[in-house]
Design a protein around this ligand. Structure first.
Ligand code: SF4
Ligand code: SF4
Length: 231
């Protein structure tokens, strides 16, 4: 089994609900607490497993904002695991989830330097490294209704931009979406073989630019009326 996420960049609206749901869940689960530094101070900051970047692509008026959620990719060939001197970072054979054993981590930062996706966060309070666990303490919890046994970010996303499943199963929803929509992994040239995949943004129709900036009928009428009122 190879569990991971598919994120549809075409429908992500960049609302950060996934990041907040992730923080909420992981403030109470086995990787808790997800530390906040000075939560009520002037400059609150803290540990986040999930971050959403925003990019502007293309030239105005055919430009578009791309919202890009990023967390641990649960790579198949994860150097964060191989460089860890204490064996705290490990990849589970049974489902491919990459985890950090908090009792073994000494916060040396090697894994964060080895991770090209910026997925690792040093918790300055515990002195240990933290990262997305794919909600391992949620997806296997038999007390949770079956349909909710998925990562908190997937459960929460109001745009349904996130999917969770087994990439080893060619008939899983994640495998089908990736196959049919041309899903891709980030930075494949580095050879980490990330499990998480992204679905591309669909091409939008170009906006005609000929009349851009020229006043339409309404604007002309308004201008005419304004001139009369001013006189
Ligand atoms: S994304 Fe980074 S932290 Fe996650 S498995 Fe890959 S290398 Fe490791
Ligand atoms: S909750 Fe969904 S729509 Fe909102 S930022 Fe996360 S992935 Fe995007």
């Amino acid at each position: 089994m190879r569990l991971g996420l598919v994120i549809d960049l075409d429908v992500c609206v960049g609302c950060h609900a996934c990041a907040v749901a992730c923080k909420e869940w992981n403030a109470s689960g086995t990787t808790a607490p997800m530390t906040d530094y000075q939560p009520y101070g002037a400059e609150p900051s803290g540990v986040w497993f999930n971050r959403i970047r925003h990019y502007e692509v293309g030239e105005y008026p055919n430009s578009k904002t791309i919202n890009f959620p990023m967390s641990c990719m649960h790579c198949e060939d994860a150097d964060c695991v191989t460089v860890c001197p204490t064996g705290a970072s490990y990849k589970r054979a049974e489902d491919g989830i990459v985890l950090v054993d908090q009792t073994k981590c000494m916060g040396c930062n090697y894994c964060s330097w080895a991770c090209p996706y910026g997925a690792r966060e040093l918790d300055r309070e515990s002195g240990t490294m933290k990262k997305c666990t794919l909600c391992v303490d949620r997806i296997y919890d038999l007390k949770i209704p079956v349909e909710e046994r998925q990562p908190a970010c997937v459960n929460t996303c109001p745009a349904h931009a996130r999917m969770f499943g087994d990439f080893d199963d060619p008939n899983s929803a994640v495998s089908i979406e990736v196959r049919e929509r041309g899903g891709y992994a980030l930075l494949p040239e580095l050879g980490y073989n990330p499990t998480n995949q992204y679905l591309p943004v669909r091409k939008a129709k170009p906006i005609p630019t000929e009349n851009l900036g020229k006043p339409g009928f309404k604007e002309k009428l308004k201008g005419f009326a304004n001139r009369i009122v001013k006189r």
